[in-house]
Design a protein around this ligand. Structure first.
Ligand code: KG4
Ligand code: ZN
Length: 324
């Protein structure tokens, strides 16, 4: 039995979790700073790092206590080393380094995006590569051909805004609170898809995305027209999810993969799940609680590095633009 402590502080969630054998969540404590950042309309990096410092010890202790374990029972400590806000990342990285040094257990550095993908290993116990992964979060929109554990080929990415970012920016225009994704989803439920925004698919074979033009279209429309907020939210959402659907079809055709794994905050959207439902593909999403940032996905991802003894030493540093 392997118990890994996973620590996540890349943005505005301070989270720690204990995961057994890479797939079984024993505890997963998430402290969200969203209410603190809401009054600024988005995450303020300096405030985020300060709050991670205040909370990290309590959250880690709680995760271990909730797991009914002692620190000495842990086999390794894993931490998000990037991508993310550098000040926020550094809090987790330094805490994990001290933790590993004091207990004499291995330290594992995890890529946040690998963490998001790995949340599906928790949800689907028999899920194994190869598959296509689509990450749709606040900071990233990336397609990967996952060929093995830790073996990724990037096959597409956004050329401008991440999908979650587009949701957050459109939400701002509609005077909705941060984060905008869940607010737009709620509003759209009572709206009609009656405003036409362009379905931007880029070049014929491209698996890249571009959401900034649509975002600007929505913003311009809102300035120059009278409309129901519900309809604008619905029309925007339908437009971007149609794009995601078309790109998933392309990605499947190009890679020959029928197994598609979706991850990241936007994967929590129930309309996205409906839109993709009819496709002749095996599409997997993490449970809602594992879509947004959490420590369990970090521990799950670290398990495969643990098996390979892919450890870090105390020179481990945060890498804000860390690629997979
Ligand atoms: O994965 P995540 O927690 O953090 C990053 O790594 O970025 O994703 C947060 C993003 C935010 O942009 C938020 O608006 C979006 O995910 N999001 C949603 C929903 N829930 C969260 N977007 C659309 N619909 C949702 N239900
Ligand atoms: Zn994330």
């Amino acid at each position: 039995m392997t118990y890994i402590l996973g620590i996540e502080t890349s943005c505005d969630e301070t989270s720690a979790a204990v995961v057994k054998d890479g797939r079984e969540v024993i505890s997963n404590i998430i402290y969200s700073q969203i209410p603190i950042h809401r009054e600024f309309g988005g995450v303020v990096p300096e405030i985020a790092s300060r709050n991670h410092i205040i909370k990290i010890r309590e959250i880690v202790d709680e995760a271990i206590k909730k797991a009914n374990l002692k620190k000495e029972d842990l086999d390794a400590v894993a931490v998000t080393m990037g991508p993310g806000l550098v000040g926020s990342l550094l809090v987790g990285v330094n805490y994990a380094k001290a933790f590993s040094y004091s207990l004499g257990i291995p330290l594992i550095g995890v890529n946040h995006l690998d963490g998001h993908i790995s949340s599906n290993y928790i949800a689907f116990k028999d899920l194994e590569p190869p598959f296509v992964a689509l990450i749709v979060s606040g900071g990233h929109t990336h397609f990967y051909h996952v060929k093995g554990y830790g073996d990724y080929e990037e096959i597409g990415r956004t050329r401008d805004d991440a999908l979650g970012e587009a949701f957050d920016k459109v939400a701002r225009v509609l005077d909705l609170k941060y984060p905008g994704g869940p607010e737009i989803e709620k509003l759209a439920k009572n709206g009609d898809n009656n405003i036409v925004f362009p379905i931007v698919l880029l070049e014929k074979d491209s698996l890249d995305f571009s959401f900034s033009g649509i975002k600007s279209n929505v913003i311009n429309y809102s300035r120059n027209n009278t409309f129901k907020k519900e309809d604008l939210a619905c029309s925007f959402q339908e437009c971007v999810f149609e794009i995601v659907k078309q790109k998933i079809i392309r990605a499947s055709n190009q890679t020959g993969m029928k197994k598609i794994v979706i991850a990241g905050g936007v994967a929590a959207n129930s309309r996205l799940r409906e839109v993709l439902d009819g496709l002749d593909l095996e599409i997997k999403y993490p449970p809602l609680s594992l879509c947004t940032d959490n420590g369990a996905m970090i521990a799950a991802s670290a398990y495969y590095k643990y098996l390979q003894k892919d450890y870090e030493d105390l020179t481990l540093n945060a890498v804000s633009n860390f690629c997979l």
